[in-house]
Ligand binder design. Structure first.
Ligand code: MRU
Length: 348
């Protein structure tokens, strides 16, 4: 069964509101640039590859309202790209997709505005189709790492809700199931916004895969009890040396896996690699509102009045804790600096 999280049809953009899942499956329309900005900012649309594709479509929607006079068009186009790029800083896919549109526009600025608009719309659709096949490739490579009856720990949401295709880490599990392997998934609930409990569990149930939601703090104990064979997570940005930024809590899972000698795999497409950064220390880590920690599901307080909270949305996993990175071009093993460079040269 195929599921999707965004739809672009007849020049209209729709998305499933992920903040309402799993209680409500509600589709909304993104009608303009500000709608798109707040959908990404508030995590109605989330997941590194998905925000890139969605943002590209937001620009296409915005183009409808732009003037045909060239200099005004270029000025407003540039402003809109910069505005969306600043929406979420950690996942590089967002900047990557917008940069691709920007480059196409500058390379073709001698053409008429209506021609440029057509070319940009075609490019956004192309990126969408490409993301679907990147997911298929990662799934095929990653599934080779899964054995029958594996018990896999995962963190955050890395499935069809996080990409335009089947997903990154979850796509590997979907492929393993398709290959007739029996897989059990332990799903970190992923505080504070519960992407694991709300979204991953929902996806796995739709796909009829055995899953147990666990509190983030129980992963190490499950490992100690021998209940976890492998860890599969996604990534929001991977530096040139293989350091990975991903949802907060990924680092703790990697440390625990390393201590218990459990393979720790990261699954990400080339659009998540940022070779301009030598190491993870240079990746900007998004900090989000304190209320995401202080309130459950945005409304129920779980801390004393006036208690302060600290809310880093992502953390960094150093490359030496990572067994391999599954990319759309193949599985990358250490030494990462050399091997990432080799595989990325092939792609770019
Ligand atoms: O804040 P989110 O929900 O957008 O964070 C998403 C993640 O951290 C995912 O693990 C990541 O995007 C990689 S999977 C596509």
């Amino acid at each position: 069964m195929t599921y999707v999280s965004i739809k672009f049809s007849k020049n209209r953009l729709f998305y499933i509101d992920q903040t309402k899942l799993p209680l409500e499956e509600k589709w909304l329309e993104c009608k303009n640039l500000n709608d798109g900005y707040s959908a990404i900012k508030n995590l109605n649309v989330r997941g590194a590859p998905l925000i890139g594709i969605f943002a590209a479509y937001v620009i296409i929607i915005h183009l409808k309202s732009l003037p045909l006079e060239k200099s005004l068009f270029l000025k407003e186009f540039k402003r809109a790209i910069a505005y969306l790029k600043g929406c979420r800083p950690t996942a590089v896919n967002l900047a990557w997709a917008l940069q691709r549109l920007e480059t196409l526009c500058w390379e073709n600025q001698s053409r008429s505005v209506s021609r440029i608009k057509e070319m940009l719309a075609r490019e956004a659709r192309l990126m969408h189709r490409e993301d679907i096949s990147l997911c298929d490739n990662m799934a095929a490579f990653g599934a080779k790492l899964i054995s029958d009856n594996d018990r896999v720990l995962t963190h955050c949401n890395t499935g069809f809700l996080a990409t335009a295709g089947k997903g990154t880490a979850l796509a590997v599990i979907y492929q393993a199931k398709k290959d007739k392997k029996n897989v059990t998934v332990y799903v970190d609930e992923t505080r504070p916004l519960l992407q694991g409990a709300r979204l991953t569990a929902w996806e796995l149930m739709k796909n009829k895969i055995t899953a147990f939601v666990i509190c983030d703090n129980s992963a190490a104990y499950l490992m100690r009890k021998g209940l976890i064979d492998k860890v599969f997570v996604g990534a929001d940005r991977i530096a040139a040396n293989g350091d990975v930024a991903n949802k907060i809590g990924t680092y703790s899972a990697a440390l625990a896996a390393n201590f218990h000698k459990i393979p720790f795999y990261v699954v990400a497409p080339f659009t998540t690699f940022d070779l301009s950064l030598a190491s993870g220390g240079d990746i900007p880590i998004e900090q989000r509102p304190q209320d995401e920690v202080r309130l459950i599901m945005g409304s129920l307080p779980v801390v004393p009045k006036k208690a302060k909270a600290c809310n880093f949305a992502f953390d960094l996993t150093p490359h030496d804790l990572i067994t391999a990175i599954v990319s759309d071009k193949g599985i990358i093993y250490p030494p990462y600096k050399e091997n990432i460079k080799k595989i990325m040269v092939k792609i770019m």
